[in-house]
Design a protein around this ligand. Structure first.
Ligand SMILES: [Zn+2]
Length: 129
C-alpha cells in the first residue's frame, strides 16, 4: 500500500454523514412528538369550552402539553434527540462527553443519540451498578 494516509478520519464526521444522522434524529423526534400529538388531539376532542384563538400562547401551552403528556421514557428520548441535534448544531456531535475522543461512526449509526464512546459507556455503566 503505502499511499498517503487520510488523517481526516480520526473522528470528525463529514457533512454528508452529519446530514444523514440529523435526518434520522429529526425523524425520531417526529415519531416521539407525533405519538403525543395524537394523544393530545384526541383528548382535546373530549371537550373544551370552545377556545378558538390559537395564538402564540396557545402554541406555548400546546408545547407544554406535549411535554406533559410524554411519559418519562419518551421525555428522555426526546431530550436525548434534542441534545444530539444541539451537538450537531454546535459541532460537538460524535465526540465523547467523557473523554473527548471520537464516538465512532459505527456506534452512531446504531445509536445516533450516543453521547459516550464504548469504553466510557462501559465504564460509566459499571460505576452505576
Ligand atoms: Zn469516551
Amino acid at each position: 500500500m503505502g499511499g498517503k494516509s487520510v488523517h481526516k478520519d480520526s473522528g470528525a464526521l463529514d457533512k454528508k454523514t452529519l446530514t444523514r444522522l440529523k435526518k434520522i434524529l429529526l425523524k425520531e423526534r417526529e415519531e416521539i412528538v407525533g405519538e403525543v400529538r395524537q394523544t393530545y388531539e384526541s383528548s382535546k376532542e373530549m371537550g373544551q369550552d370552545g377556545i378558538q384563538d390559537i395564538g402564540d400562547e396557545a402554541a406555548n401551552i400546546y408545547n407544554k402539553q406535549i411535554l406533559l403528556s410524554l411519559n418519562e421514557n419518551e421525555r428522555k428520548r426526546l431530550q436525548e434527540v434534542d441534545e444530539s441535534l444541539d451537538r450537531i448544531a454546535n459541532g460537538t456531535y460524535g465526540i465523547c462527553d467523557e473523554c473527548g475522543g471520537p464516538i465512532g461512526l459505527k456506534r452512531l449509526e446504531v445509536r445516533p443519540v450516543a453521547k459516550y464512546c464504548v469504553p466510557c459507556l462501559t465504564k460509566l455503566e459499571k460505576d452505576k451498578s
